[in-house]
Design a protein around this ligand. Structure first.
Ligand code: ASP
Length: 344
């Protein structure tokens, strides 16, 4: 008889861990170690489940790099004892968090599935049960003793996505996330349908898990809009210690061709600030040099964000800034898929 998979649920906070006090109507956090009492269906899954909870669960709006490291340390220190991990966070910043965690682990060979819910676990119409049960089931799925998912995923409303391809798109629908530039890894219907050709697998021989937690958050995001003033763009130049700028441009990576705008970008580059061009569009890709309006950016040596999401550009920027790379290496690594987050 083969051993049952051992799954660790890490609870950090968010709506999923709340129950309604039917006396007062207020939502309050519940003791997550009692999860099997709240969802007895979990006991029917063919796996053993353990839980670890943040001492003080947080709303995901309060997430930061220290919490990323705390989540990743829980996974790293339990990596050898468990077959898979399910991480519960609030959905509001789940794409940012899960994306960051994907960069923290190099050579990951076990599933790390992020999930949460729009309605608390104690609500009658909750989406928490399905999200949690199926996430555990996916985390426990294996083929010939090998986990099927060997990357960081995000499961919501019947779909598992590659986490670093996701964006939260709805504060209302149960289908809160989408992944415009990469299809779902798993779809849950009557069966769990794994899209095998899409799954990440290690390319090299290096199999040892490498934990990278030196993130640098000296970065900013600048979203362009028609009518943006020189004063606003220039103010970013004055940010002390700024090392990276995620520039949200239009369409296929287009930006104004006015002299003042290009002069400011040149100043960033000369100061050694890394500027990456990502599109404001939910889907599609930057194609630098496709239009005249992006040729100047290309000539300035701005990094091509291709089809990366803003959430993931932020995580990747923080990650690569922590890695002491040369200018050339930084640009090269940013433009290459490291965890399946960007097209080749
Ligand atoms: N505000 C909550 C959070 O992100 C929403 C949720 O849990 O989905 O923590």
């Amino acid at each position: 008889m083969t051993k049952k998979p051992n799954i660790l649920i890490v609870y950090t906070g968010g709506t999923i861990g709340m129950v309604k006090d039917y006396g007062t109507g207020a939502l309050k956090a519940f003791d997550f170690s009692q999860i099997s009492n709240k969802i007895p269906e979990l006991q029917q899954l063919n796996c053993t489940i353990e839980t670890i909870s943040f001492k003080e669960p947080i709303d995901s709006s309060n997430m930061n790099i220290d919490y990323y490291v705390e989540i990743a340390e829980i996974i790293a220190s339990n990596y050898n004892s468990f077959d898979g991990f399910v991480v519960l966070t609030g959905s509001d910043t789940m794409s940012y968090i899960s994306s960051a965690i994907s960069f923290m682990f190099e050579n990951l060979q076990k599933p790390v599935i992020f999930t949460g819910s729009q309605l608390p676990i104690g609500d009658l119409r909750t989406d928490a049960k399905e999200n949690l049960i199926t996430s555990v089931q996916i985390a426990a799925s294996s083929n010939n003793g090998e986990p099927i998912i060997q990357e960081v995923g995000l499961y919501f409303e019947y779909k598992l996505y590659r986490a670093n391809r996701t964006t939260k798109i709805s504060a209302e629908q149960f289908e809160a996330f989408t992944s415009m530039n990469y299809p779902p890894l798993v779809e849950s219907g009557v069966h769990l349908n794994f899209n095998y050709p899409l799954l990440l697998r290690l390319r090299g021989d290096e199999k040892e898990l490498v934990f990278r937690k030196k993130f640098d958050n000296n970065i900013a995001v600048l979203k362009l809009f028609p009518g943006i003033t020189e004063k606003v763009v220039r103010s970013y130049l004055g940010i002390e210690g700024l090392r990276g700028l995620v520039l949200e441009t239009y369409g296929a990576g287009n930006a104004p061709t006015t002299k003042w705008f290009l002069d400011i970008l040149r100043e960033f580059v000369e100061k050694g600030v890394y500027v990456v061009n990502v599109t404001q569009c939910a889907g599609g890709s930057v194609i630098l040099g496709h239009y005249e309006t992006s040729s100047d950016l290309k000539n300035l040596g701005i990094i091509d964000g291709k089809d990366i999401t803003t959430e993931t550009a932020i995580a990747k920027m923080m990650y690569l800034l922590g890695e002491n790379l040369t200018k050339g290496q930084f640009k090269r690594y940013f433009e290459l898929p490291l965890r399946g987050e960007i097209r080749e």
